[in-house]
Write a protein that binds this ligand. Structure first.
Ligand code: THU
Length: 133
């Protein structure tokens, strides 16, 4: 396991604090590690127009990409439940844009987590090669 993964897990758990989830009351935190070891956090942000809500993972990615980052090593995801939190399908597809080798850290607690490759969470993914550009 990469030496920064413990810190990434802790930051993901802390990121939940700013969750704006008055409708679902389900807080999610994400912490994204770039290949040059910078960390960007994110949390879910909901809207009264429910379908506009955005997941923590996509918030972390859009923050990082809008700061010029394009290469990522891992994302840690935690939630306000006592169980593992897997990224939703939309986030799996969104993250795949930036690399199938991403480590996805699925957290139950600080000491209980799973590490999976994004490619294993989204087999047969549609990606830029599918467009044959
Ligand atoms: N949510 C995330 O932030 N990430 C996921 O991968 C799953 C779901 C959020 C969206 C919504 O604000 C709340 O959790 C309940 O679905």
């Amino acid at each position: 396991m990469h030496p920064l993964y413990s810190e990434l897990i802790e930051l993901s758990i802390k990121a939940k604090k700013h969750s704006y989830s008055p409708y679902s009351k389900f807080s999610v935190g994400a912490a994204l590690l770039t290949s040059n070891n910078k960390i960007y956090t994110g949390t879910n942000v909901e809207s009264a127009s429910y379908s506009l809500s955005i997941c923590a993972e996509r918030v972390a990615f859009t923050k990082a990409v809008s700061e010029g980052e394009k290469k990522f090593r891992a994302i840690a995801i935690s939630a306000s439940i006592k169980d593992y939190i897997y990224p939703c399908g939309a986030c799996r597809q969104f993250m795949y844009e930036f690399g199938k080798d991403l480590d996805v850290i699925i957290i139950k607690s600080k000491k209980d987590f799973l590490i999976k490759k994004l490619a294993d969470l989204l087999p047969g993914a549609f990606d830029k090669r599918s467009l044959k550009l």
